[in-house]
Design a protein around this ligand. Structure first.
Ligand code: F6R
Length: 241
């Protein structure tokens, strides 16, 4: 695990964009695993700027997102599809037919999971997976539990996650209770991983995830076993390391 301390959020975001840009330059047809949430917004902004400057070309890139809420349509401004469009896809020359998220509107969740696993498999797996860290140690929507789920699955969100995500909704009641998430196995099979962490409220869970025991009760701790993971974190998130 390479742990890189950055000055602040902007520095972290630029460095994350540097790593993604390097891959896109070396492998224009790469498969990027993408995350939503507040942490990667600056990274995506940097990627958009580089595209606008003529330095990046998304035309060959395929993307697979970590997760999507269950029961929310793509048009809903709280969907992760909407988030990705708004923060990245609509600003760059990506082929929208090669941007994938789990289908939260499919009533048969097992089918939606199975379909998503096939999409990832058909893409040849993930070259570089971007991850944020949940306050409870989740990655994707892999919540703390008794085992590490392998592939895409239906998740019941924990009260901590509903509480953390209510800032994006009118109220906590509006936060969906379920989501579809890429599994830990799929994340661990990514050929490279960049974990980005910011803010002092993540300092404690960062310490547990990066230096504590590897346990499904802190899902991100499994990353300690990955051969090619880079952690970019600002000084506040790193304050307890
Ligand atoms: C989002 C995701 C989540 C977030 C995590 C951190 O696609 O997979 O695991 O990365 O909840 O969210 P923020 O960045 O909002 O603190």
């Amino acid at each position: 695990m390479k742990i890189i301390r950055t000055r602040d959020y902007d520095d972290m975001s630029r460095k994350a964009a540097n790593i993604i840009s390097a891959l896109m330059t070396m492998k224009p047809e790469c498969v990027l695993g993408l995350a939503t949430g507040s942490t990667p917004i600056g990274t995506y902004r940097n990627l958009v700027n580089r595209y606008l400057n003529g330095d990046l070309d998304f035309s060959g890139v395929t993307t697979v997102n970590l997760d999507e809420y269950k029961g929310i349509t793509r048009e809903n401004d709280q969907s992760y599809y909407y988030f990705m469009n708004h923060n990245l896809f609509q600003h760059v020359n990506i082929d929208l037919n090669r941007t994938f998220l789990p289908d939260g509107t499919e009533p048969d969740a097992l089918k939606a999971c199975d379909d998503y696993n096939k999409v990832i498999e058909a893409a040849g797996g993930v070259d570089l997976q971007i991850l944020g860290l949940g306050h409870n140690g989740h990655i994707g929507f892999n919540e703390p539990c008794g085992e590490f789920p392998d592939t895409t699955h239906l998740v019941r969100l924990t009260p901590e996650t509903i509480d953390a995500n209510k800032r994006f909704f009118a109220s906590a009641e509006d936060v969906p209770r379920q989501a579809l998430s890429m599994g830990i196995g799929t994340i661990m099979r990514a050929r490279g991983i960049v974990l980005i962490i910011t803010g002092k409220e993540k300092a404690q869970i960062t310490k547990q995830a990066l230096t504590g025991p590897v346990t499904p009760s802190v899902p991100a701790s499994i990353l300690q076993y990955h051969k090619n993971v880079t952690v970019l974190l600002d000084s506040e998130a790193a304050s307890l390391l």
